[in-house]
Design a protein around this ligand. Sequence first.
Ligand SMILES: [Zn+2]
Length: 475
Amino acid sequence: MALAVLFLVAAPYPPALAERVVGTALRDGVAYSRLQDLTDSVGPRLTGSPGAEAAVAWALQKFQEDGVSAHTEPATVPHWVRGEERAELLPAKGVAGLKLAVTALGGSPGTPSDGIEGDIVEVHTLAELQALGASAKGKIVFFNHAMSTASGKTTGYGAFVDLRTHGPAEAAKAGAAGAFVRSLATASFRSPHTGATDFAEGAPKVPAAAISTEDADLFHRLLAKGAQVRVKLWLGCKTLPDVQSANVVAEVRGREKPEEVVLLGAHLDSWDLAQGAIDDGAGAVIVMEAARLAAQLRPAPRRTIRVVLFMNEENGLAGGKAYAKAHAAEAPRHVAALESDSGAGRPLGIVLRAGGDGKALLAPWLAPLQTVGAASFVDGEAGGADISPLGPLQVPFVSVRQDNTHYFDLHHSAADTFDKVDRDALSRTAAAVSWVAVSLAEMEGTLVRPPPTPPRQRAAPDQPQPAATPPRSNR
Ligand SMILES: [Zn+2]
C-alpha cells in the first residue's frame, strides 16, 4: 500500500489518464476490428492502384467517425503494375522440369511476351557478381543468401536486403539477361516474397523476380552437382507514368502548445500479393487508435498529436519525402516522431533516438506499460522509413519495439493476411503506442534534439528490430 501511494505521488500523470488510454485500448479492441475492415473491405493497396485510393477514402472516413480532423496532402507517386508472372526450370541431364514459384520485384521491367531464357549463375554477394566479369553476360543471375532470422547482424533481413534492392541493377550492368533473388523470408511454403528493387534513371534494367526459398535451394543443389540449370521466365509487369496520390494527415490539437507536434506515422500502401495485414495495415490501425483515444481525452493533451498515414513506403517513399518537404518549416517544432511499421506483434519495450538524457525524461511515464510488457527501454534503433527524411532535421525518434519473430514469415508475401494477426498482441501494441504518444504530448519538457542523421538516398528499414548497424537500405 505504501509503495502504491508513493507510486501515485511520484507519477507525473493522473492515474485516470493512463487508464483511459491503456485500459481503453486493451478493452475496446478497435484496432483489431478496424484492421479486419481495412484488409477485408479495402484489401491490397499497392501505390497507384484503385486499392490505394480506396484506402485514402477509408482512412478519412474512419478519422471522421472518431471525431479526429483529417485531410489529404498530395504526393506524386510511381505507378508500377504487376502482370503475368511465371517461370519454368527446363529439363536437362539430371534435372527434372518444374514450374517455379516466382513473383516480380517491384520496379522490375517485364520480359518480351515470349519470355526470356538463360542459364542460372549463382552468387551470394554483389562482389561475387563483379568477380564473374564477362561470364555473367546473357545469364540469369541468381542471388542466393542465408537469411534465417528476422533481425541479427549476419542472419537478418538487414544483412541481405541489398541483394534485392541493388542486385538486379548490378546484374543488368554486368550484361545479364535477368535476375532471381532468393526470397527474404524466415518461412516459406513456396510463397515468394516480393519487395522493391532499384534501377537508376537511364541505367540498364533486367527483369527481376523473387524466387521461393525452396526453389532457390533446388537451384543450389543442382548447380552444386554440376548440372545445367536453365530457366525460362515470363513477366508482364511494367511502370506506368507517375500518378497523384496522397498522405492522410489527422490531428488532435494540443490544448496548450498546439504548434508543438508529436508525429505518429505508418504506411497506408501495401504490396499487392495479399491484404497487407501486418505490413502495414497493423501499423495504420495502431496509430489511428492513438488518435482516437487522444481525441476522447478531456482536457486534450498539451501538444498536438498528428497521425500521418503515408503513401508509397514500399516502392518509392514518395509520401515520406513529400511530408518532410511540405513541413520542413515546422520540423523544429516536431518534438518527436514514431513510426509503426513492425507488424502486429506484442510490444517489448521502448527505443529512443534523442540527445541528452531522453530516457530520464520519458522513464517516469512508462509504468502504465507494465501491464502490456513494454515499460522499459530496450536496445535497437528508433526510426522508420517514412519518418527517415526527418532525421536530418534532428527530430527525436521513438519506437515501440515489437516481437517480430514471425514478421518475415509473412512480409511481402501472399500470406500477409488478417488471420495471422493476434488480437491481444495488436491491442497491447496499440495501447503502448497510444500511451507513448500521450506521454510525449503531455509531459512538461520535450526530448533534446539529437545530432542530424545523414540524408539517405533510400529508406531506412522496413525492418522492425534493427541490427546494431543500421542496414543501408530497407524496404
Ligand atoms: Zn512496411
